[in-house]
Design a protein around this ligand. Structure first.
Ligand code: CMC
Length: 429
């Protein structure tokens, strides 16, 4: 007999099954709760709510463990290419050599973005935020593939859209960077691999076609892409799943994910971290003063890049990124902001406020330092998060579309507004 949970509601006892995941995580299945008891659950911010079952990513926040399809993030970041990890997330296994070759060459077939997009793109205000541009461009991209907007697509059509989106994300992101600098677009160069191609479209010039990124920087970028590829039911992935659950098309769902990622409490934190470190640097580098501000409940300032909904221990991605930052700095030279980041981390980790709340550096704490060293401006940092996370979002959409038990996402609410009253005539109010 499997375990059950007994819940007493208004004096009456109900029994609900306890389900156990492959890594031992337990959940109380309350799907019949309202039917049986007439009650709903209230869980602001979904702190305790599992929205789905998923085979893609396992995360143990207490232990600081992150696995994709059974492989540890440390193993993947050390040995794999970003496209191998993408294949793993999308199709559930690491590709063999032939599968990898087919996957990478099909992506290369789709790297060009329709030139028609340029007209819309060029009308965006100069200096507008790259994440707003990216979200709009991805939604608009779908309009060039009307058949792909049909909710009843074949598996093959869905897969083509996935590869198309993966292929065009770096192209569009590089276009955004070029526009910001007032430079002409550098087209994809399909002799290069995914990462080198993106760096070439970004930092290469039409006047200098032989741009060759340093292999250490390509490797660091590859690692960063892997570390950001998926993170189970975070805010943007949940957004993608909610939008996708209405059978909206994949371009619309990914565009929604980009908008959710943009927020400073989520992916937008990587830009905020560097801005914070710069502020502290220009303010004289008094780390204690800023830690005190972060602790002050009257002060809206938070230590950006610190804390996580799920990790109550070191974010394993932050540990890998910190190490990678040193490798990059050996090539690009030291950044004074690293010293401030290290001091902040050291001070916060000794402070009872952070210890008691289990607040540790998260993935965004050190990533911006590497992006900056690679030559990216701050507003592009969250775009650099969106490129790999697109694969995670797509993997979740594949899972959702193939799951017969999925339903449209439609939470309930606890109504606290005005109770019933009658309409009074405009003149009598
Ligand atoms: N600085 C100061 N205090 C903090 C911080 C912080 N960065 N993070 C959490 N706290 C405090 C918070 O004030 C609360 O204190 P109290 O219990 O006294 O009210 C307690 O810690 C718990 O915080 P919470 O806001 O209830 O926790 P949450 O799980 O809802 O929020 C978070 C998680 C990531 C939004 C939050 O830690 C935060 O705002 N961090 C800074 C932004 C950031 O770095 N975001 C990136 C997240 S990781 C990557 C990603 O998702 O993209």
């Amino acid at each position: 007999m499997s375990e059950t949970a007994k819940i007493i509601v208004e004096g009456k006892e109900y029994e609900f099954p306890i389900i156990v995941g492959t890594e031992g995580e337990k959940a109380i299945d309350i799907s019949k709760l309202r039917d049986l008891t007439g009650h709903i659950t209230l869980d602001i911010g979904f702190k305790n709510t599992g929205s789905t079952k998923s085979d893609i990513t396992f995360l143990d926040g207490e232990e600081g463990i992150l696995h994709h399809r059974g492989y540890s993030i440390e193993d993947l970041a050390e040995h794999a290419s970003f496209l191998e990890v993408s294949y793993l997330l999308l199709y559930g296994k690491l590709p063999n050599a032939a599968e990898y070759e087919e996957f990478t060459s099909t992506i290369k077939e789709h790297t060009l973005a329709n030139e028609g997009l340029l007209a819309m793109f060029n009308s965006f205000p100069t200096g507008s935020h790259p994440m707003g541009q990216l979200s709009s461009m991805v939604a608009a991209l779908g309009l060039y593939y009307p058949k792909a907007l049909n909710p009843h697509r074949s598996e093959e059509a869905i897969n083509r859209t996935i590869l198309r989106l993966m292929a065009k994300m770096p192209t569009i992101c590089a276009m955004i960077y070029k526009k910001r600098n007032g430079h002409p677009t550098v087209y994809p160069k399909n002799s290069l691999d995914y990462v080198a191609n993106y760096l070439n479209m970004t930092f290469g010039q039409v006047t200098m076609p032989e741009y060759e990124p340093d292999p250490v920087l390509v490797s660091a970028m590859n690692k960063l892409l892997i570390l950001h590829a998926d993170h189970e039911q975070n805010c943007s992935t949940s957004t993608v799943r909610i939008v996708g659950s209405s059978q909206a098309n994949l371009y619309a769902t990914i565009s929604a994910g980009i908008s959710a990622l943009w927020g400073p409490l989520h992916g937008g934190a990587n830009q905020e971290v560097i801005e914070m470190l710069e502020k502290i640097h220009h303010d004289g580098g008094d780390v204690d003063k800023w830690v005190a501000k972060a602790k002050d409940k009257e002060d809206p300032f938070r230590l950006m890049g610190f804390g996580h909904r799920v990790y109550k221990n070191f974010d394993p991605r932050a540990v890998i990124i910190k190490k990678s930052a040193y490798e990059v700095f050996e090539v690009t030279g030291m950044n004074p902001l690293l010293e401030i980041a290290l001091k902040l981390e050291e001070t916060a980790l000794k402070d009872d406020y952070f210890i008691s709340r289990k607040l540790y550096p998260n993935v965004d704490f050190y990533s911006g330092l590497i992006y900056q060293a690679l030559g990216f401006p701050e507003e592009m940092f969250t775009v650099l998060f969106a490129i790999p996370r697109t694969v995670g979002w797509l993997a979740h959409m594949v899972e959702l579309l193939g799951d017969k038990e999925q339903k449209i996402s439609r939470p309930r609410q606890w109504y606290t507004g005005q109770d019933e009253r009658s309409y009074t005539d405009l003149q009598k109010r």
